[in-house]
Design a protein around this ligand. Structure first.
Ligand code: ACO
Length: 276
């Protein structure tokens, strides 16, 4: 855990799941510089934490996060270029890069309001489950700013261009059900099932070999930005790297169980969650 006590986050570890809760409910969990710095330090720490098999990001109170803190991240940081630079670059690092390419699988459990800059960690999480009545909005247009700091990039990487333009240009809000239709989140569930469904999904991830899981997510995220031939080259190298990194020999073991011992047939594995 980070050296200093956390003031804007809570962390709870249960059965392999590390629950990180944005904890500024009185400010709707808006990302201020303190939260940003605490998140970066925490995520770097968790990267090598053996207890953490899956990371879940959620928010205290009625919000996942109301986006960037308009007072502390925008107005006050305008007066301090050093703070602005440090908080901006820290945010891009953890919310964009560290979380996205982490060796730990991540789930955004969207429990409520999710606006503006919050779309960056939302899209960086590998999977996202929203409460059906959660409220999403690309509200930058209302504040006289563009969806900057990578927001425009992550929404166009995740959503269809027509939907990204529509919601960014109108600033209209939409609910969790619509977010699932837009494929901004993996699926939406009734609020009372949100935690239970998140645990179910996290358990399914924990059944996989963690190294193979990490390489899989990293491969999928990386090839999206490569040409076909570059992707083939990269995937060949990544596959070889996995043979080396996976000390459990998952590949050989799987083939042995299927071909020789006939005790494993993935095509007949029972469907544990809903088949969405
Ligand atoms: N930045 C700073 N403070 C915020 C933010 C924010 N993004 N969002 C909420 N707060 C603060 C409010 O100023 C208020 O503070 P106060 O009690 O000191 O007055 C407190 O949180 C509670 O806010 P309310 O509006 O009273 O809460 P309510 O539950 O009624 O509404 C909602 C929540 C819908 C999230 C509303 O606060 C809102 O619209 N917030 C702005 C959301 C937004 O547009 N964020 C994007 C910012 S731009 C970007 O991220 C790039």
């Amino acid at each position: 855990m980070p050296q200093k006590p956390l003031t804007t986050l809570t962390v709870e570890k249960t059965e392999g799941i590390t629950w990180i809760t944005f904890n500024r409910p009185e400010k709707r969990n808006a990302f201020n510089p303190t939260l940003i710095f605490e998140m970066e330090e925490l995520l770097l720490e968790l990267e090598t934490d053996d207890e953490t098999k899956v990371i879940v990001l959620t928010g205290a109170g009625n919000s996942w996060s109301a986006g960037m803190d308009l007072k502390e991240f925008f107005r006050e940081a305008d007066e301090s270029p050093a703070l602005r630079y440090r908080s901006f670059s820290s945010f891009e690092r953890w919310a964009g890069e560290v979380l996205s390419m982490s060796r730990k699988p991540s789930i955004a459990m969207v429990n409520g309001y999710c606006f503006g800059g919050a779309f960056i960690p939302l899209c960086s999480c590998d999977l996202a489950i929203a409460a059906e009545d959660a409220v999403f909005g690309l509200s930058e247009i209302n504040w006289g700013v563009i969806p900057g700091g990578a927001v425009a990039k992550v929404i166009t990487d995740t959503m269809d261009i027509r939907d990204a333009l529509y919601y960014a240009m109108t600033g209209k809000t939409f609910d969790g059900k619509r977010a699932a239709e837009l494929k901004l989140v993996t699926y939406a569930v009734p609020r009372e099932k949100l935690r239970e469904e998140t645990i179910l999904l996290a358990r399914q991830l924990m059944e996989k070999n963690p190294t193979v899981l990490a390489f899989t997510k990293q491969a999928i995220k990386t090839v999206r930005h490569l040409s076909h031939s570059d992707a083939l080259e990269y995937l060949g190298a990544k596959s070889m790297a996995l043979r080396f990194a996976d000390r459990a020999g998952t590949r050989d073991e799987g083939i042995r169980k299927f071909i020789d011992e006939k005790e494993f047939r993935p095509g007949f594995e029972p469907v544990k969650g809903k088949d969405r």
